[in-house]
Design a protein around this ligand. Structure first.
Ligand code: GDP
Ligand code: ZN
Length: 396
C-alpha cells in the first residue's frame, strides 16, 4: 500500500499507469453484501471501502484495466490530507497540512456507507478532503472524500452499543487522584485494559499528590512503574510532575481518562494555560441548543501533538473484549500464562495455574489479580458489569 504523503496537496505528480485488473479483487474489496438500495452506488462504495490508496480512474465491471496513480502520490487531484479536529453534527473541522482549519461536509456516499455509525467521521480521523474555492471573507469549506484506515479506536460503551469517540489516539493518560475522590487502583486497571484493547499505549498519572499524606498513592504508582507503565505523580497545587507530564504528551495524540473530579481539566490548564478554557466556551454555546452535541475535539499542544478532549471518555469501556482475551491485557500476566497446567486456564481458581503461582510468590500484585478476576466475572456474566464506572455517568 502506498504511504500517504503528508506534504501532498494533491498536485497529482504521480505517474499514471495501466495495470491488469484482478478479478478476485472484487471479492476482497468490501466486507458485506450491500443492501439493494445501495446497488447503484456499488462502485463508489467499493472504492471508499478499499483500504488502498489507489485512485481508481476507470470504474466498473467492464473495465479490463484500471488506471492507478503510482508511487508516493495517491492523491486525487485537488484534495489534501488532513485530520479531523472537531465534529459538529454533520460538519467536521479538518485541519489541513498547513494547520489551517476547513469546515467540511462528508461526501454523501461516505455517509451512506457508514450508516449506523453515529458519525461517519470522528475526531482524530485522517481524511482526504477537497477544499472548495475560498470566497472573499467566508470561512473555507470543503468535502471529506475518504477516511484513512483507523490505527486505534477509542470507544465508549452504553447499555446496548459501543460508540467510537476518537480515532488514532496514541496513548491514554489514565488519571486518578491521591484523594478526593479516593484512589481506586481497580478503576485504573479498567482504563488500562480498555486502552490496551483499543491498541493504545497507556500512562498512569496520579494527581493531587499534595493530598498523599500516608504515601499510598506513591506506592500505587510504583506498582505500575514496576510492570512497565510510564507513571507520573502530579499536583496542580504544588506543580509537581507537570513538566514531566507535558513531556509525555509532546508530539503524541493523547486522551486523559479518569473519574470526574480527579483534576483532568486542571492538569490540562497547568500544562498549557488556556488549553481547556476554550472547551468551556464551546460547551456554554452549545448548551443553549440541546441538539448540538460537541462530541469531541482535538486541543493542539504547543510542544506538538494533541489532546483529545471528549465529554464521553470517563466511562470508555471494555464492552467488546471477549473474556478469553482479558489475560492478554494484563501485561505482567502474559509471561506466566504458558506455564498454566490447563490450556484453557482462566487464572481464577485452577490447580497448576502459573498466574496464581506468581501471585503467591509476590511476583504479581494481588490487587491486580483481583481486578482481573473482577473483570473476568463481569465478562462472564457472573456479576453485573461496570459497577465502579457506573457511578461515573456523564455530567452533561
Ligand atoms: P476533572 O473533573 O477531572 O476535570 O477535575 P477538575 O480539573 O475539574 O478538578 C476537580 C477539583 O480538584 C477542583 O476543585 C480542583 O481545584 C481540584 N484539584 C485539581 N488538581 C488538584 C491538585 O493537584 N491538588 C488538589 N488538592 N486539588 C486539585
Ligand atoms: Zn492460569
Amino acid at each position: 500500500m502506498a504511504k500517504p504523503n503528508e506534504s501532498d496537496h494533491g498536485g497529482g505528480r504521480g505517474r499514471k499507469v495501466r495495470v491488469d485488473f484482478r478479478p478476485n479483487r472484487q471479492e476482497r474489496r468490501r466486507q458485506k453484501t450491500l443492501p439493494p438500495h445501495l446497488a447503484e452506488q456499488a462502485d463508489e462504495i467499493d472504492e471508499l471501502a478499499s483500504p488502498s490508496w489507489e485512485t481508481v480512474a476507470a470504474k466498473g465491471e467492464l473495465s479490463r484495466k484500471r488506471t492507478v496513480v503510482e508511487g508516493e502520490e495517491p492523491a486525487t487531484e485537488g484534495t489534501a490530507e488532513g485530520i479531523v479536529a472537531a465534529v459538529r453534527g454533520l460538519i467536521a473541522d479538518v485541519e489541513g497540512p498547513g494547520g489551517e482549519r476547513c469546515a467540511c461536509t462528508v461526501r454523501r456516499v461516505l455517509r451512506t456507507l457508514r450508516i449506523g455509525e453515529r458519525h461517519p467521521v470522528v475526531v482524530g480521523d485522517r481524511v482526504r478532503f477537497r477544499p472548495a474555492a475560498v470566497r472573499g471573507g467566508s470561512p473555507p469549506e470543503g468535502v471529506i472524500e475518504s477516511v484513512l484506515p483507523r490505527r486505534t479506536r477509542l470507544c465508549r460503551a452504553t447499555e446496548r452499543e459501543t460508540h467510537l469517540i476518537a480515532a488514532n489516539v496514541d496513548q491514554v493518560v489514565v488519571v486518578a487522584s491521591a484523594d478526593a475522590p479516593p484512589l481506586k487502583p481497580s478503576l485504573i486497571d479498567r482504563y488500562l485494559v480498555s486502552a490496551s484493547a483499543g491498541m493504545m499505549a497507556a500512562v498512569v498519572c496520579v494527581n493531587k499528590m499534595d493530598l498523599d499524606v500516608d504515601g499510598y498513592a506513591a506506592e500505587v504508582l510504583e506498582r505500575y512503574r514496576r510492570i512497565g507503565y510510564p507513571v507520573v505523580g502530579t499536583s496542580t497545587v504544588s506543580g509537581l510532575g507537570i513538566d514531566a507530564l507535558r513531556g509525555m504528551l509532546a508530539g503524541k495524540s493523547s486522551v486523559l481518562a479518569g473519574q470526574s473530579g480527579v483534576g483532568k481539566s486542571s492538569l490540562l490548564n497547568a500544562i498549557q494555560p488556556g488549553l481547556k478554557l476554550r472547551v468551556g466556551e464551546v460547551c456554554k454555546e452549545t448548551a443553549k441548543g440541546r441538539h448540538t452535541t460537541t462530541t469531541a475535539q482535538l486541543l493542539k499542544l504547543e510542544a506538538g501533538g494533541y489532546v483529545v478532549d471528549t465529554p464521553g471518555v470517563r466511562a470508555f469501556e471494555l464492552a467488546m473484549i471477549p473474556v478469553s482475551e482479558l489475560e492478554a491485557h494484563f501485561v505482567e500476566f502474559v509471561k506466566h500464562v504458558p506455564g498454566c497446567k490447563f490450556a484453557n486456564c482462566t487464572h481464577t481458581h485452577e490447580i497448576g495455574c502459573a498466574v496464581l503461582g506468581a501471585v503467591e510468590r509476590g511476583e504479581i500484585h494481588p490487587a491486580r489479580h483481583a481486578s482481573y478476576v473482577r473483570l473476568f466475572r463481569e465478562r462472564s456474566g457472573l456479576v453485573p458489569m461496570g459497577e465502579e464506572v457506573e457511578e461515573e455517568h456523564e455530567r452533561r
